[in-house]
Design a protein around this ligand. Structure first.
Ligand code: BGC
Length: 245
């Protein structure tokens, strides 16, 4: 099946048609900067522009960096607050004229990794964590997703975990890999204590540089880098849309 996967992020919105039988892109991906302020109307106009770029008329799977339930957005940690309560899925359908599915970005990335990446064939409790502007999470139990887990907002010593250990913090504070790894380590040990996972997959842009920080961590759980990197959101969005559009 061919589905247009779109990944809405804080700085860019990118999409590509995906062959869901292989997880591969059918055309080169197209990226447009996220409008600022990132209000629903403007963001969905960009989604429609991406669909037009591919002359798309089929189904669309789209990610969003917040809690999304039945197409409706319930939080807005790193996007404009006016998203809260918006039926983003309906708005995308309205703007594109295509059937669409909207889901959380880390859930989408996790779905892609479980099917075509680092989590292939892995049973038990697998936790995918994406380190970017925020920290996204996706929990799988024998391959089945528990959606919208929001583990980036666990509280660590009185502070949101993503305000301590996201890749944004590493960059903003110009932390060395060692210093940042200490924060990630503290966070992961908390996650490990709460969920006793069998495997942790680390994604997000920074996972490209996994050799700089994964060896510095002390979790007991095996921890491996994501394989699909930047493409995971797009691929996972398309896969999620397979059964639902
Ligand atoms: C949001 C999550 C999202 C994560 C990664 C967090 O701030 O609350 O919904 O998955 O950032 O974008």
């Amino acid at each position: 099946m061919q589905i247009l996967g779109i990944d809405i992020g804080g700085s860019g919105i990118k999409g590509a048609p995906v062959d869901t039988a292989t997880g591969l892109f059918l055309e080169e991906r197209h990226r447009i900067p996220t409008p600022q302020p990132s209000v629903p109307e403007e963001v969905c106009n960009v989604v429609a522009e991406i669909a037009r770029h591919f002359s798309w008329q089929g189904p669309i799977g789209c990610t969003f960096p917040a809690i999304v339930k039945n197409g409706v957005v319930y939080s807005a940690a790193n996007v404009d607050k006016s998203w809260i309560g918006t039926d983003g899925q309906a708005l995308i359908q309205h703007k594109t004229g295509c059937s669409a599915v909207l889901l959380n970005d880390a859930d989408a990335a996790g779905i892609a990794e479980m099917e075509y990446g680092a989590g292939r064939g892995r049973k038990g409790v697998v936790i995918m964590l994406t380190f970017g502007t925020g920290i996204g999470s996706a929990i799988f139990i024998d391959g089945v997703l528990l959606p919208n887990t929001e583990l980036g907002h666990l509280e660590i010593r009185g502070k949101d975990a993503e305000d301590r250990a996201s890749d944004r913090i590493r960059q903003e504070k110009d932390l060395s890999w060692e210093k940042w790894a200490e924060k990630v380590d503290e966070y992961l040990q908390h996650v490990e204590y709460l969920f006793s996972p069998d495997l942790i997959i680390v994604g997000g842009g920074v996972s490209k540089k996994h050799d700089r920080f994964l060896p510095l961590l002390h979790t007991q759980t095996p921890i491996i880098p994501a394989e699909l990197l930047n493409d995971a959101g797009i691929v996972g969005a398309a896969l999620a849309a397979r059964w639902r559009v």
